[in-house]
Write a protein that binds this ligand. Structure first.
Ligand code: ARG
Length: 481
């Protein structure tokens, strides 16, 4: 095996007589994915330098030169004018080495700091950023859905259980069910944001430092503060601080749940879009054709979202498996914690953009919906309720209507067109008003209790959501509901 003869140049190389082999460098580098953390790494280093200066560990001039150098490097990175080197392992060492070349004082930057608390800090900054981004996209999606519900208040469709026609609902009620799911996602990301809002910097490699640092100062500068009091929030145990990966799990969980919600919504849309249902038109801009069948217009955007949700679930399982067997505290396995998180963030972000854009171009096919919802069987339960209101115990009323359903099927007569005598024979408490039950307007009029699909309920829900979503809220602040 080929060895690198020269003495290790790595920043940790003092006790080594040989540097890592090329294969080891290729195997162990993370800069190919963690360079994405550059902005947060620079923020963390700037705060650390300022704290070191304030605590008298470095001078104000040294600090100013370090900070200016870091800002210059970040600018270069953003402009694509920075050469990442895999031989320098990760984002932290790449930035620090480049800085030290320009600013010799930067050799003091890593005082009282380890990459273990550094990477933990970077990632917490990342999670706060990512949660805020996703929350913003979720708010846009929610508003688009509320508009879509509003525009389709008078479209009535069958609601389904077991994929069988169950009871009538409005398209708005169905869409508002999606709104409920995504609003819970918004809450979940706010929770993840709060969990990440705790500063681990100053925990060092495992046991802090003997140097006179001020952890509260670093936390304040980095914005790890209580949103109400403004007080800095820091981790309470230096070992947990470098071992903890809960935010990784929580963030990926929030993405996975959101992915499952997206997938279920897409499944509804795909079904509604089939020729068999034909409740919906999808926009040309988010559908694709077939290379062979000229008539095809496929709901690919929705299928892709349904497909991508699988990866979001996979990323969560990968993280659980990664963390499960690790002893305290930092172990290099943890370097593998970033790709699943970044992937979940990217996929979730684009899925939210796509669904929001699709919603704007979706249209209900009103005549098809009206035809489907005119099936009188959808109101069989309302007939049982009608019998109940006349004193029949529900179990018995259910059975009676069941007999009428069977009769309707046997005689191929719509249930609302059975004769009065057929109905009276089954329920002697009924009078000729039984047929009114099959009036759809009545069915919705009778469903005006909280959470039901009655028109006034839907109107109230829509304005409540508008009010809630109207005031722009940042992740970590305020409540979705
Ligand atoms: N690139 C490393 C990671 O992401 C940074 C921490 C390295 N710490 C260490 N003790 N080798 O985990």
């Amino acid at each position: 095996m080929k060895k690198t003869a020269k003495k290790s140049q790595a920043s940790w190389g003092g006790r080594f007589s040989e540097g890592p082999s090329d294969l080891m460098l290729r195997f162990s580098e993370s800069v190919s994915f963690d360079s994405l953390l550059a902005e947060f790494d620079v923020q963390g280093s700037v705060a650390h330098a300022k704290m070191l200066a304030k605590s008298g560990i470095i001078t104000k001039t040294e600090c100013a030169r370090i900070v200016a150098g870091l800002e210059k490097i970040l600018k270069r990175i953003k402009e694509g004018d920075f050469e990442w080197q895999t031989s320098l392992e990760d984002v932290h060492m790449n930035i620090e080495q480049a800085l030290t070349k320009e600013v010799p004082e930067a050799a003091k930057l890593h005082t009282a700091r380890s990459r273990n608390d550094q990477v933990a800090t970077d990632m917490r900054l990342f999670f706060k950023f990512a949660c805020a981004q996703i929350a913003e996209k979720l708010e846009k999606l929610l508003l688009a859905l509320v508009d879509f519900a509003d525009a389709n208040r008078d479209v009535l469709i069958p609601g389904y259980t077991h994929m069988q026609r169950a009871q009538p609902v409005s398209a708005a009620h169905h869409i508002l069910a999606w709104v409920e799911m995504f609003a819970r996602d918004l809450e979940r990301f706010r929770f993840v944001f709060e969990g990440a809002n705790v500063c681990p910097l100053g925990s060092g490699a495992i046991a802090g430092t003997t140097l006179p640092i001020d952890r509260l100062e670093s936390a304040s500068i980095l914005g790890f503060v209580d949103s109400e009091s403004g007080d800095p929030i820091v981790t309470g145990n230096s070992m947990d601080a470098v071992a903890d990966r809960d935010s990784f799990l929580e963030f990926s969980f929030a993405c996975a749940v959101l992915g499952v919600h997206l997938s279920r919504v897409c499944e509804d849309v795909i079904i509604w879009n089939t020729s068999e249902f034909a409740f919906l038109w999808l926009p040309d801009t988010f559908t694709t054709g077939s290379s062979l069948m000229p008539q095809k217009k496929n709901p690919d955007a929705f299928e892709l979202m349904r497909g991508k949700s699988a990866k979001l679930i996979g990323n969560l399982s990968a993280l659980f498996a990664l963390v499960k067997g690790l002893p305290m505290t930092y172990n290099r396995d943890l370097q593998e914690d970033k790709p699943p998180v970044f992937d979940s963030f990217n996929q979730t972000s684009i899925c939210l953009d796509v669904l929001t854009a699709c919603i704007g171009g979706m249209k209900f096919r009103r005549e098809k919906c009206a035809a489907a919802v005119s099936d009188p069987m959808l109101l069989a339960t309302d007939l049982a309720d009608y019998f109940v209101m006349r004193g029949v115990p529900f179990r018995k009323a259910h059975h009676m209507v069941g007999e009428l359903v069977a009769l309707s099927e046997k005689t191929a007569t719509p249930i609302n067109e059975l004769s009065d005598s057929d109905v009276f024979a089954v329920c002697d408490k009924a009078d000729s008003s039984w047929r009114d039950v099959f009036n759809l307007a009545r069915a919705f009029e009778m469903r005006e209790k909280i959470g039901m699909p009655g028109r006034r309920q839907i109107a109230a829900q829509i304005s409540a959501w508008r009010e809630l979503l109207g005031g722009s809220k940042k992740a970590g602040k305020g409540k979705a509901k």
